[in-house]
Write a protein that binds this ligand. Structure first.
Ligand code: GDP
Ligand code: IMO
Ligand code: MG
Length: 390
């Protein structure tokens, strides 16, 4: 089965947690978009792990593939694999040599550009790398593997900067790291035929990065990321026709967060509810350490996300964060405001839907009906075990 897991809001919906929860050892988990601008947190056995590029199946010992339009920062990838190994996790990682390489120069340009543009990017260099890709000056992993990279790197640096030899050396070192990283490189064709289509896996899970509202085409341009984030991009970037994924899961929180700038219809600008959501939800960016802006659930946007991604299943995360609020605001699909009763009892140990307080069930049912999609996964805490399946 081909399964897509994408964020239905502005990122940080808990895609990592849900991917880790659903992945089984005989699956393949694929990162197909974005790059190290993502930050996915997974918690189990009282430990929290943070990933930016390696697919979140790593803790379930699945095979892993970075492919499609994913952007690979060699320094970050190397660091992440070292971090995983130091925690005794060996990533069985395959990397498509068509992936685009992000270099130190791109981070520099990102930081400089954002001082002018004020998008509030993650400064991971992703935007400038994608610009170079569109301009056809970015390097692909295969350039490095085939030895055809020194001239290309010089050209890239000449186009962007007053060419400095020290800059060349720094970026060259990053590029050459690719040759020593403990991954198995595969061609795009192999990624497609030997991995995706070969029926070696029970499921192929396509783990999304960022969120629907950050999509370069369908998001809140220009306050968005630089790549496609929605499920219909998967077949395109993987080169696989158009008739998949079979299961499209949208991950969302019962409130909204956003890091970076841009429109936010339901934002709560001040007061105790804002503090409640930020504090209990630990709404601080994994990568950037920035406090996330918070607001009430926006079903109008969630319905757009359903349509854009053809969701046939929803996963709600962080339901526990609402515990203790007297009243819960919701903007419905017609942009009318609703107030739902809150609940005061701790739900972090609830093991099934029936055990949830009736106010929580009312909210879940309202969302499910409004979006016309079943909510099949309910997360009531950060830990892997704090997950209810319906
Ligand atoms: P992603 O980028 O979509 O993978 O999400 P992040 O990992 O960046 O942000 C989600 C944060 O919420 C992480 O710190 C998770 O550990 C945490 N989290 C996920 N699900 C739950 C939940 O149900 N309850 C609580 N309290 N935290 C959760
Ligand atoms: P995950 O996968 C939340 C946001 C940035 C900024 C905009 C552009 O963890 O959900 P970029 O660095 O991509 O050029 O920044 O997009 N952004 C994210 N916000 N979660 C993410 O990833 C994000 N990736 C990018 O904050 O507003
Ligand atoms: Mg995140």
């Amino acid at each position: 089965m081909f399964i897509s897991i994408v964020g239905a809001q502005f990122g940080d919906e808990g895609k990592g947690k849900i991917t880790d929860f659903l992945a089984k050892q005989k699956d393949l988990v694929v990162r197909w978009s974005g790059g190290s601008n993502a930050g996915h947190t997974i918690k189990f056995n009282n430990k929290e792990y943070k990933l930016r590029l390696v697919p979140s199946g790593v803790f379930k010992d699945t095979d892993l593939l970075i492919s499609g339009n994913a952007i690979v920062d060699p320094i970050l990838l190397n660091e992440e694999l070292t971090y995983l190994a130091s925690n005794d996790f060996v990533a069985k990682l395959y990397v498509d040599e068509e992936c685009i390489v992000s270099l130190p120069i791109h981070k520099k340009i990102d930081a400089r550009n954002d001082m002018i543009l004020n998008i509030g990017t993650t400064k991971s260099g992703i935007g400038p790398t994608v610009s170079d890709f569109a301009a056809r000056i970015a390097l692909k992993i295969k350039d490095v593997l085939s030895g055809d990279y020194k001239e290309k790197l010089r050209n890239l640096l000449k186009i962007h900067t007053d060419y400095l030899e020290e800059e060349y050396e720094e970026n060259l070192k990053a590029l050459e790291l690719l040759k020593t990283i403990p991954v198995t490189y595969v061609t795009r064709e192999c990624a497609r035929t030997d991995f995706i289509y070969a029926s070696r896996y029970t499921n192929v899970i396509f783990e999304g990065a960022q969120g629907t509202m950050l999509d370069i085409n369908h998001g809140t341009y220009p306050f968005c990321t630089s790549t496609a984030t929605i499920s219909s991009a998967i077949p395109y970037v993987m080169g696989m026709g158009y008739d998949f994924p079979e299961i499209s899961i949208g991950v969302f929180k019962p409130y909204v967060t956003r890091v970076g700038n841009g429109a936010f219809k339901t934002e709560i600008l001040e007061g105790s509810v804002k503090e409640h959501l930020q504090t209990l939800g630990k709404e601080i960016g994994t990568n950037t350490g920035r406090t996330r802006r918070v607001g009430w659930l926006d079903l109008y946007d969630l319905k757009q996300a359903k349509e854009l991604n053809d969701f046939n299943s929803l996963a709600i995360t962080k339901l526990d964060v609402l515990t203790g609020l007297d009243s819960i605001g919701v903007l419905d699909t017609r942009k009318n405001w609703w107030n739902f009763n809150g609940w005061q009892t701790d739900i972090t140990n609830c093991k099934n839907y029936d055990a949830l307080p009736s106010a929580a069930k009312e909210l879940i049912d309202f969302i499910s009906k409004s979006i016309n999609t079943p909510i099949e996964t309910i997360s009531v805490g950060a830990d892997r075990t704090q997950t209810i399946e319906r």
